[in-house]
Design a protein around this ligand. Structure first.
Ligand SMILES: CC1(C)O[C@@H]2[C@@H](CO[C@@]3(CNc4nc5cc6c(=O)[nH]c(N)nc6cc5[nH]4)OC(C)(C)O[C@@H]23)O1
Ligand SMILES: [Zn+2]
Length: 372
């Protein structure tokens, strides 16, 4: 067991924003960090070399999906997810609790866990805290997430309070199933509490009694308004332990990420750069570009003059628009390369600004270009 694994150090702060690094079994992750989503063991439309060329340092995999297909035991027999997908840098796997509620049918929640039917073939399955830890051990992810209940948007105070208690008991069972320091994998707790500030405080207070290697804010980016998300975010982030990584799950737009960093968050993941690339919505230093618009038909300029990614260095907007209109497969890859480059640049530029003490100016410049 490498003694450094789990070590998190902060070397600069600027207001509540932090610049640091987290040590994992597959390398050091600079923070703030953006994690491309690779739900089924692939970041859609790009290969591991593309991700390395972009400077991606850690990607996300998903317990729910990889358990159902191709199956975690099968992946374990091939040396784990890193070997199976040929990615030798860090991987974080979400526990699947959220996907059970956002994807599968026929779910039943009990103290012991959640039963659900597969969205692929309708087969019956049970996720308990012990089971999701076992799956993530088979996958060999560097950072595992506990099984939690992501409270649906709009749930009332009573339901939310009851649910956060279950989530805490499940978190304790996950920790017991993988005691701290017993292996190379880290385990993060997940705070819930919906949109009630008192319950957000209670959920975090309960989690602090359990030793986790990092703490996430769950239950956000679930259909609420931006104002509601920001209100809970700015209230809750500072309540998470300052000496551990803070992870905001499923967020968000570039502006959400910059504001999350401002609130003291270190880690982000979102399907936005990859999903929007596939529908032609591209993020640039001058704002969003919808590449299918006729105005780009004969535009020979690069997508983003300030971007140094493979796409911006080698192709014009006219060509990218043609690929999209012709529904060419290359459109997915080139658009994804650029959008991921943009999201990764947002956090590396933010990190530099924190080190230079100019993060507020960086945030203000960003807010002049993006408003969501
Ligand atoms: C922003 C954007 C583009 O991301 C899309 C779509 C809708 O929002 C997303 C992202 N939001 C999101 N919130 C989460 C909360 C939890 C949580 O409480 N617990 C656990 N274990 N994992 C979570 C993962 C989360 N992802 O959620 C799905 C449904 C996965 O699609 C994503 O809008
Ligand atoms: Zn680019």
């Amino acid at each position: 067991m490498n003694m450094h694994i789990g070590k998190f150090s902060i070397h600069n702060t600027d207001g509540k924003a932090r610049a640091g690094e987290l040590h994992t079994a597959h390398g050091v992750i600079p923070t703030p960090i953006f994690m491309p989503v690779g739900t089924q063991g692939t970041v859609k439309a790009v290969c591991p070399q593309d991700l390395k060329d972009l400077g991606a340092r850690i990607i996300l995999g998903n317990t729910y999906h990889l358990y159902l297909r191709p199956n975690d035991e099968m992946i374990a027999r091939r040396g784990g997810l890193h070997k199976f997908m040929n990615w030798d840098r860090p991987i974080l796997t979400d526990s699947g609790g959220f996907q059970v509620f956002s994807l599968s049918g026929l779910r039943k929640l009990s103290e012991d866990g959640v039963t659900f039917s597969s969205h692929i073939d309708g087969s019956k399955h049970v996720f308990t805290p012990e089971k999701v830890v076992s799956i993530q051990k088979n996958l060999g992810s560097d950072i595992m997430m506990v099984l939690d209940e992501c409270v649906p948007y709009g749930a009332d105070h009573e339901y939310t309070k009851k649910s956060l208690g279950l989530t805490t008991r499940w978190a304790a069972r996950c920790r017991a199933a993988y005691p701290q320091g017993s292996g190379d994998q880290l385990l993060f707790g997940i705070g819930q509490g919906g949109f009630f500030k008192d319950l957000r405080e209670e959920s975090i207070r309960q989690l602090l009694d359990i030793p986790f290697d990092g703490y996430a804010l769950g239950g956000l980016s679930v259909g609420e308004s931006k104002a509601e998300m920001m209100d809970i975010l700015y209230h809750s982030a500072p309540l998470l332990p300052a000496d551990k990584p803070r992870y905001l799950m499923g967020v968000g737009t570039p502006l959400d990420i910059v504001r999350g960093i401002d609130a003291g968050i270190d880690m982000f993941d979102c399907v936005m750069p990859t999903r929007n690339a596939r529908n032609g919505t591209l993020f640039t230093s001058q704002g969003k570009v919808n590449i299918k618009r006729a105005q780009y038909t004969e535009d020979d300029s690069p997508l983003d003059p300030e971007c140094s990614c493979y796409t911006c260095r080698n192709f014009s907007k006219a060509y990218l628009r043609h690929l999209y209109q012709a529904q060419e497969i290359l459109s997915y890859r080139l658009n994804t390369i650029h959008n991921l480059a943009f999201f990764l640049t947002v956090v590396t530029d933010a990190r530099k600004a924190i080190e230079e003490g100019t993060f507020q100016a960086y945030k203000a410049r960003f807010e002049n270009i993006y408003d969501t």
